[in-house]
Design a protein around this ligand. Sequence first.
Ligand code: USQ
Length: 382
Amino acid sequence: MRVLVLGADGYLGWPTCLYFSQRGHEVAGVDNYFRRNAAADLDCESLIPAPDLFRRAKIWEDISGKKIKVHTGDITDYGSLLSLFREFNPDAVVHYAEQPSAPYSMINRDKAAFTLQNNLIGTLNIIYAVKEVNPDCHIIKLGTMGEYGTPDIDIEEGWIEIEHKGRRDKFLFPRQSGSLYHTTKIQDTDMLWFYVRTWGIRVTDLMQGPVYGLSTEETDTDHRLMPSFHYDEIFGTVLNRFIVQAVAGYPLTVYGKGSQTRGFLNLKDTMQCVYLSAVQPAEQGQLRVFNQLTELFTVNQLADKVKKVGDRLGYNVTVERIENPRVEKEEHYYNVHYTGLLELGLNPHYLTDEILETFFTITDKYKDRINKEAFFKGIKWK
Ligand code: USQ
């Protein structure tokens, strides 16, 4: 397959390029370096000093003999996206090229507007490029479990059958997110569904929970191939933050009561999920939705696990419950269905003490780069 990865410089994008390349596919990656630049502006740079895409592609070629074509480009610029599609003619496009942070989208109006513009126009441009160049191209879109919010009923895998006044129909599962960023993901899903119905394109929308981890088979081959990794309040996800906080001797920042439950997955499993979706594509005229997670945890459970393993390794981990800067339910029902990816062949890496230990060991190598100021700036939802 020819696979185009949009957002190739990111935490998920770069390991995805390697994963497909290692398995014999032709890969092209594009990034506009938004996150690198935003992180530099906001003083919250990646823990791991990742070389730029051109240098990383060269390192990968030297190690594996495999070529990844890389481009610097912004997918909100339709002209350049279209030329890329024409030149590479992908069979599948993996779309990570979004502003991915809930706190970033809540900083102020400008950042909210940027998030809307970047995420929605980017998605629209991909849809148009697919239609114009190859309507058979499979769009694999990173959505988020946060689209559903925390409803008081079971969360189905994308769709729900509703019986109303004696008649039945199938709809997208109701969505009610908790940030402007997550709202743009709902809008993406709606837009994709519109064009699936109207133009018959093929789309897989992956409702992913927070990802953790630092290693994949390919990134482990050389430290210069490791992904960018954020632990700050804006771009870091909760478990990644907790590990770095523990290594730095900073109290784990549990927001509010800490009973918020989310569906988590290992970085290695994100790779599997995206790959399995690509090699077993959606049909034309199908919006296929998977809930992409392997386990449910509350924030408190994660803090307990990190404390237990961290203490055993000699870190003396402390936990602090701080006032929740977000508006979210801290105690809620959460029962999610997530069998679709398992049926495609996902073989999960669950969060064991051993996995946490390895995570501590890798993080510790970079502890001199930890900027404690980045752990908590207090970006409030209101
Ligand atoms: N949390 C804490 N302490 C922290 C950081 C977070 O208690 O220091 C809590 C949050 O309040 C929230 C939960 O942990 O209840 C998850 O927060 P998060 O920052 O790990 O994840 P979130 O902001 O929801 O966003 C992340 C990714 C986003 C992805 C999403 C999946 O940044 O791109 O879409 O995870 S999900 O959460 O399922 O929507």
